[in-house]
Design a protein around this ligand. Structure first.
Ligand SMILES: Nc1ncnc2c1ncn2[C@@H]1O[C@H](COP(=O)(O)OP(=O)(O)OP(=O)(O)O)[C@@H](O)[C@H]1O
Ligand SMILES: [Mg+2]
Length: 598
């Protein structure tokens, strides 16, 4: 820039700085604040001053220090080298910063998101003379053992390939030259994208394939579609983080972006230690080979926490555009909303509910709406998705507060964590009566096609059983269980088997940490067919005692953990059905051939 645009600070309030003297400054422009040139972004422009939110600690910065305009928006740097990285909220790689400054992160440290010295083997996929337009893949780089990075023509550039290189290059080296209508453009492997703006795509597709997580209560009952959005609200210690870690580890998405947003420092430290040690069950490699972490502890400036969400989702969209299924996890969006609230307060904005600004619902909506399944721009034709999962930490666990209420308006799935279940150590503590999934019906088609045709009937029946049993439980708590009629006692028993043998699932070790869809189906079939047959028997005067005391009842609650996996479930199924048949014979009752009639 020929004439540098420099202003000066008027006043400082925490992360919010007022300044003057740059008449043409714009909202969203990045500025460098003070002698130390702290990174900031203009959030308000008035006639004679402007306001900056600063992403670093402003302690010691004084009025009249300079403010330098950059002429640029807040952008994410996109290219090979993102994968496996751990960034702070403004995309500075934490390991590089720590190397530079030691454990106490110095302010004003400028580091590139992508390593500049590393060479990547670039394999072209276009040739000289090819016509290219935005989104076209011009070559690939093996970014990690699990991710092939597809180098795309950036938005806004179309033309004919004049040069294309093959070999080892850094991200700044030219790999292609494009002859455009307005002259030659050299392309390297870096793209920049303003984080607050969604990246373009060719077409939005409907989300109809489930994200398989291997947790039964989620996959079977409250699924999220690839490209959908889910929230997991829950009070302190109810299992938000554990559940989301499981998704990061076991879900069948190809890329995971994990935003640790304002969580306690030790929790993030634990995660940074733990994640690289987690092994992707499919490939046997560290899950970092397909993950990016954004770590924003509660002791970092709140404004960086505000930005981290946008950094994360922009990187997610970028891998989506390459043709990947990406899961974006934000833990916790409540800490992000609190950052909004704090900044808004310092800006002197009028608070509405519980101190949150009036634009809170819009911001939440914008975030979740950046999820989706799309056909990407350019060729070859690619489909990708961003599934957005957000933890919500309502104060006191009371869902009746603004962040939870507004979040639930914009997500298709809620996994409602229940302190009562967590207290009883029923994990995952996802309440099956309060949770919901708007994708359930659509993704059932996937289950019908890939798992079993009669899955929807078993699912519906199990949900009905759980609902009815909770009503009966309420009665039983007054009159006592033994006073209930036999059919109601059987319903309670079946629900107990479902809760213990199906819904409850360990997050720790053993065969049950990941339950494949087919096994989920067989467990459900076992429990529901058992119920149906047993119900048939007791309506024909077989006493419920005979059923309750079967040793197979206990086995049904435990078979999920049997090392023989699916075989064990099928084997138990045969035995349970045979047992019920023999009871029927003894009583001279003829059972219907196909269970699952009712
Ligand atoms: N699926 C699970 N299986 C076994 N234990 C679990 C499970 N989920 C949670 N727990 C237990 O509950 C504890 C708290 O879980 P977690 O840290 O995920 O809660 P949180 O909701 O993220 O809490 P916070 O509000 O503090 O962030 C865990 O340390 C673990 O002991
Ligand atoms: Mg947590």
């Amino acid at each position: 820039m020929s004439s540098e645009r420099v202003g000066s600070i008027i006043s400082i309030s925490g992360p919010v700085v007022s300044a003057k003297g740059i008449p043409d400054i714009k909202i969203g422009e990045v500025v460098y604040v003070g002698e130390e040139r702290l990174l900031g972004e203009v959030v308000r422009v008035a006639r004679d001053h402007f306001v900056v939110q600063v992403y670093e600690d402003t302690g010691g910065v004084r009025p009249e220090e300079p403010v330098y305009a950059s002429g640029k928006l807040l952008v994410a740097e996109l290219g090979p080298g993102l994968m496996s990285s751990v960034f702070d909220g403004v995309q500075r790689p934490l390991n590089v910063i720590l190397e530079k400054t030691g454990p106490f992160i110095r302010r004003g440290v400028k580091v590139n998101a992508l390593p500049r010295d590393k060479k990547w083997e670039f394999k072209p996929t276009v040739k000289v003379g090819d016509k290219v337009s935005p989104g076209d893949v011009i070559g690939t780089v093996q970014e990690t053992s699990m991710i092939e990075h597809r180098i795309m023509v950036p938005p806004g550039i179309s033309g004919v390939v004049k040069e294309i290189h093959e070999g080892n290059f850094t991200v700044e080296d030219t790999v292609a030259v494009i002859e455009t209508a307005s002259g030659q453009v050299e392309l390297n492997m870096i793209q920049e994208w303003p984080v607050r703006r969604p990246r373009p795509f060719a077409e939005r597709l409907t989300s109809e394939v489930p994200l398989i997580i291997g947790q039964r209560v989620i996959d079977t009952f409250f699924p999220v579609a690839k490209g959908g959005a889910a929230a997991i609200p829950g009070g302190f210690g109810t299992g938000k983080t554990v559940t989301l870690h499981k998704v990061a580890m076991y879900s069948d998405s190809q890329v995971v972006i994990y935003i640790g947003c304002g969580e306690r420092g030790n929790e993030i430290a634990e995660m940074l230690k733990e994640f690289p040690e987690l092994i992707d069950p499919k490939s046997g490699k560290s899950i970092m080979e397909r993950s990016i972490i954004i770590a924003n502890t509660s002791n970092m400036p709140v404004s960086a926490r505000e930005a981290s969400i946008y950094m994360g989702i922009t990187m997610a969209e970028y891998y989506r555009d390459q043709g990947y299924h990406v899961t974006l996890i934000a833990d916790s969006t409540s800490r992000w909303a609190e950052a909004l609230r704090e900044i808004s307060g310092r800006l002197g904005e009028m608070p509405v509910e519980r101190g949150y600004p009036a634009y809170l619902p819009d911001r939440i909506a914008e975030f979740y709406e950046r999820g989706g399944r799309v056909r990407a721009l350019g060729s070859p034709e690619r489909e990708g998705s961003v599934t957005v999962l957000g933890a919500v930490s309502p104060p006191g666990g009371d869902f009746n507060e603004p962040v939870t209420i507004h979040t639930l308006r914009f997500v298709g799935t809620m996994w409602a964590l229940d302190p009562e279940l967590a207290y009883r150590r029923h994990f995952p503590a996802i309440n099956w009566l309060r949770s919901f999934s708007q994708y359930a019906e659509i993704v059932e088609r996937w289950w019908v096609k890939n798992v079993a045709e009669d899955f929807p009937r078993y699912r519906a029946k199990a949900l009905r059983l759980l609902t009815v049993s909770s009503e009966i439980e309420a009665i039983a708590s007054v009159v006592g269980e033994s006073a209930l009629p036999d059919d109601q006692r059987l319903i309670l028993l079946a629900a107990e088997i479902l809760k213990e043998g199906f819904l409850r699932q360990t997050a720790l070790t053993g065969v049950d940490v990941f339950c494949p869809p087919l096994k989920q189906y067989w467990l459900l079939k076992l429990m529901i067919d058992f119920f149906d047959r047993a119900y048939d028997l007791i309506t024909r005067r077989v006493s419920v005692e005979e059923i309750v005391n079967l040793p197979e009842v206990y086995e049904m609650m435990r078979v999920k953990e049997d090392e023989r996996d699916l075989d064990a479930v099928k084997e138990l199924y045969q035995r349970v059905m045979a047992k019920l048949d023999s009871i029927a014979k003894r009583h001279g009752v003829v059972l219907e051939q196909t269970p699952m009639s009712g």
